[in-house]
Design a protein around this ligand. Structure first.
Ligand code: SPD
Length: 359
């Protein structure tokens, strides 16, 4: 009888161990029941929050940001309440350099083995020491077929004043310095990572010249503005447009012929979370859950972004896997460029952006 009671106690302790995580040095045990996830808007199937809570008893509170630069400035301003954040590739490299990210404990992330080989050693975080890839996509032009006979497949629709003026008041640009200056640089025939001050100045002047035609700079509702016909063209992210297309089939997306930015967003833990082993472990539990094949598949089916998770493919709808706007062809890949950390040239981009926005 006593042995049976002892066994039950051992089982109970084993079951609670993942959730009741002891602080060190004899501190009181801390139970994590809430996690703060700082994500891009509309970038997860909300059902996943409920499923996770049912399975692990941890409620995930989501807060959203609109650009990598917003995310960075929040962290730099001392925000310590976030457990998991979702920066893009070049921003991961910048955050590592600035010491803003914790290192991941791979023992807590067994689902990392689900990642496709190409995503296991990205240049911005070799060996996935700090982050794991979440979703990837491209930045192109969303449009409404009601106003076009052919897809607007050139950046000149947004940046050539002769063309752009025909859409005056009816198009949006992302509220995102890297994306907008990058797209203008591509339009001018340069790399979106160009560091030549004269080229950055040229791109700035192009944007200032067309600014009177821009309805709004927006990164969170451009797909809704397209659907409500407030705008007819939108500089935007692939999945957001395709997700909207499900309910409004006149909305479509094109990767401009001059080329475009390709990006990968990543799940990372801010360095401040290292102060609480319990929170860190819970954050890794959440990241590992998002990498579970069925969860990652379900998520891609909802957000319409490509998954870096190879094991998830069996759960992803065929329509998405075969979609050339989501998984671009080898031919299209040749026109795509990853954003890179800009080093000292970042200050030139920041200054150009301030001038663009204040003009
Ligand atoms: N609605 C989710 C949008 C995610 C966009 N992240 C891409 C950033 C690339 N610079």
């Amino acid at each position: 009888m006593r042995r049976l009671r002892l066994l039950s106690i051992i089982t109970l302790v084993a079951l609670l161990a993942p959730l009741v995580l002891a602080g060190c040095g004899g501190k009181k045990e801390e139970q994590v029941t809430e996690l703060h996830f700082f994500n891009w808007s509309e970038y997860i199937d909300p059902q996943i929050y409920d499923d996770f809570e049912k399975e692990y008893g941890i409620h995930v509170v989501e807060d959203t940001f609109a650009s990598n630069e917003d995310l960075l400035s929040k962290l730099q301003a001392g925000a310590t309440g976030y457990d998991v954040i979702v920066p893009s590739d070049y921003m991961v490299a910048m955050m590592i350099e600035l010491g803003l990210l914790a290192e991941l404990d791979k023992d807590n992330l067994p689902n990392i083995s689900n990642l496709a080989e190409t995503f296991t050693n990205p240049p911005y975080d070799p060996g996935l020491v700090h982050c794991v890839p979440y979703m990837w996509g491209t930045t192109g032009i969303g449009f409404d077929w009601d106003y076009f006979d052919e897809p607007p497949d050139s950046w000149s629709y947004l940046f050539d004043p002769d063309v752009a003026s025909q859409y005056a008041g009816y198009y949006s640009l992302l509220n995102d310095p890297t994306e907008v200056i990058g797209a203008a640089l591509i339009y001018l025939g340069y790399s979106p990572n160009d560091r030549d001050p004269a080229h950055i100045e040229e791109a700035k002047n192009v944007i200032i010249a067309i600014k009177p035609y821009v309805h709004t700079f927006d990164s969170e509702q451009f797909e809704d503005l397209l659907s409500s016909e407030e705008i007819h063209l939108a500089h935007g992210w692939s999945g957001d447009i395709f997700m909207k297309q499900v309910e409004d089939e006149s909305i479509d997306y094109v990767i401009p012929k001059e080329g475009a930015i390709i990006w990968a967003d990543n799940l990372c833990i801010p360095k401040s979370v290292d102060d609480s082993p319990a929170r860190k472990k819970a954050a890794e539990l959440w990241i590992n859950y998002l990498m579970r094949a069925d969860v990652a598949g379900k998520n891609t089916n909802y957000v319409w972004y490509a998954s870096p998770n190879q094991a998830a493919e069996e759960y992803i709808d065929q329509e998405i896997l075969e979609h050339p706007g989501i998984y671009p062809s080898a031919e299209t890949w040749k026109r795509l460029t990853w954003s890179e950390p800009l080093g000292e040239a970042q200050a030139l981009y920041d200054r150009a952006w301030t001038e663009i926005k204040s003009e």
